[in-house]
Ligand binder design. Sequence first.
Ligand SMILES: Nc1ncnc2c1ncn2[C@@H]1O[C@H](COP(=O)(O)OP(=O)(O)OP(=O)(O)O)[C@@H](O)[C@H]1O
Ligand SMILES: [Mg+2]
Length: 167
Amino acid sequence: MGYKIQVYTKSVAETISIGRSLGRILSSGDVVCLTGELGAGKTYFVKGLAGGLGVIGIRGKGVTSPTFIIIREYKGRLPLYHIDLYRIGVVEDLRDIGMEEVIYGRGVTAIEWAERIADRLPDERIEITLRYEDKKTRLIEMTAFGRHHTQVLKKTAGELEKIADKR
Ligand SMILES: Nc1ncnc2c1ncn2[C@@H]1O[C@H](COP(=O)(O)OP(=O)(O)OP(=O)(O)O)[C@@H](O)[C@H]1O
Ligand SMILES: [Mg+2]
């Protein structure tokens, strides 16, 4: 089933901070799959991931929603590949758009609208589901699949608890 944690966020800043906590712990080859309706906060979460991976402002704007570009690469402590499948109709073959190479490569991959390729996601991954609760509140559910990603998520949960304790 997978190891699962849930956190509520009450602001964009908090969502970024949660992403950052995970980003600090991610390692080479890790895959983060994001699901959630339009405006749920997937891109802000990835912005946090990027921060935690040491990505610094690209073109002055940092990580923005890659609307037409399907895969964007950012340089941090590890390369971050940000994939957004929103505009893509049907993905016939992950190899066609260079996705397979990225997902099974040495960087960290974050995929928005990952459910579009649900049947082809790697067995080892972290799934992030963001649910709209109200204007400023989101429920973030994180589920890890595979031993390594479970360790990563457990460590992240520990960090999130430390942050919560300080409040
Ligand atoms: N707690 C919160 N966390 C994240 N975003 C929030 C939160 N509260 C309000 N928002 C708003 O929700 C929107 C989230 O935008 P974002 O681009 O991250 O969504 P998305 O899931 O990537 O959408 P899309 O499917 O269009 O790519 C922003 O307008 C942001 O201001
Ligand atoms: Mg987005």
